[in-house]
Design a protein around this ligand. Structure first.
Ligand SMILES: Nc1nc2c(ncn2[C@@H]2O[C@H](COP(=O)(O)OP(=O)(O)O)[C@@H](O)[C@H]2O)c(=O)[nH]1
Ligand SMILES: [Mg+2]
Length: 226
């Protein structure tokens, strides 16, 4: 292998190593506060913010909820969450295509942790880079719009391997697309047999109650047992 390539791999390994160290600090923080942390990942337009809006509303008042919004530019998503009266902070990454654990760590002191049971972090719209970066979350949740095509899990397997749960959104669009939903799901389970899959529509509300109930169970498990 040419020396240049070797150097590139080493730099990447160091980058991930430093990220993992900081991610452990974040993880300990979430754990100590008995707050579930979810890293929400998906392509631009998959419906991450829509799912957040529906989920936070669906969770009701049982839990203390908060959001970190990651985006290259703008605070549009954070404004959508703030409109629900939920504590939210924006991280603009500029040219970076993913959040890293240091960016998240920097803004943690700004939240009222003693009131929080769940922190959902919407990552920068991208199915690739965010899959590799641990933010200290309890788990990654991948959001895939079914309209993106049934070949996407096979093309972007890392995120499906690393996520605990996959939310297939825009199920209402099935009649208007060529997508083979059974094929999409089979690909996902072939990559990660234990992954939990929900089929939802943020537009019609289909499947959202099941997804929200599952998430509530995860929040309770952390809140009650730590
Ligand atoms: N038909 C349909 N459109 C949706 C659904 N969920 C989100 N959208 C639309 O998809 C677009 C992108 O949604 P957004 O939540 O901003 O996606 P994000 O970029 O992943 O955060 C918006 O126009 C939403 O109204 C859905 O379940 N069905
Ligand atoms: Mg968004």
């Amino acid at each position: 292998m040419p020396e240049e390539n070797l150097r590139e791999i080493k730099v990447m390994a160091n980058l991930l190593g430093a990220n993992d160290v900081q991610a452990e600090v974040n993880r300990n923080h979430f754990k100590q506060k008995k707050c579930l942390a979810v890293n929400l990942i998906g392509s631009p337009g998959a419906g991450k913010t829509s799912l957040l809006e529906k989920t936070l509303t669906g969770l009701g008042t049982e839990f203390g909820t908060a959001v970190i919004e990651g985006d290259m530019f703008t605070s549009r998503d954070a404004e959508r969450i703030a409109a629900l009266n939920i504590p939210v902070l924006q991280i603009n990454t500029g040219s970076a295509c993913h959040l890293d654990s240091k960016m998240v760590n920097k803004i943690l002191p700004a939240f009222a942790w003693d009131t929080l049971d769940v922190m959902i972090i919407e990552n920068v719209g991208n199915l690739v880079c965010p899959a590799d970066f641990d933010l200290g979350e309890d788990f990654k949740a991948v959001v895939l719009s079914i309209a993106e095509g049934d070949d996407k899990p096979e093309k972007y397997p890392v995120i499906f391997r690393n996520a605990k749960v996959a939310v297939l959104n825009k199920i209402d669009l099935e009649p208007f697309t060529e997508v083979d939903l059974a094929k999409m799901k089979a690909q996902i389970t072939a990559i990660h047999p234990e992954i939990k899959i929900f089929e939802v529509s943020c537009r019609t509300g289909q499947g959202l109650a099941e997804w929200t109930a599952w998430l509530a169970g995860e929040i309770r498990a952390v809140k009650e047992t730590g």
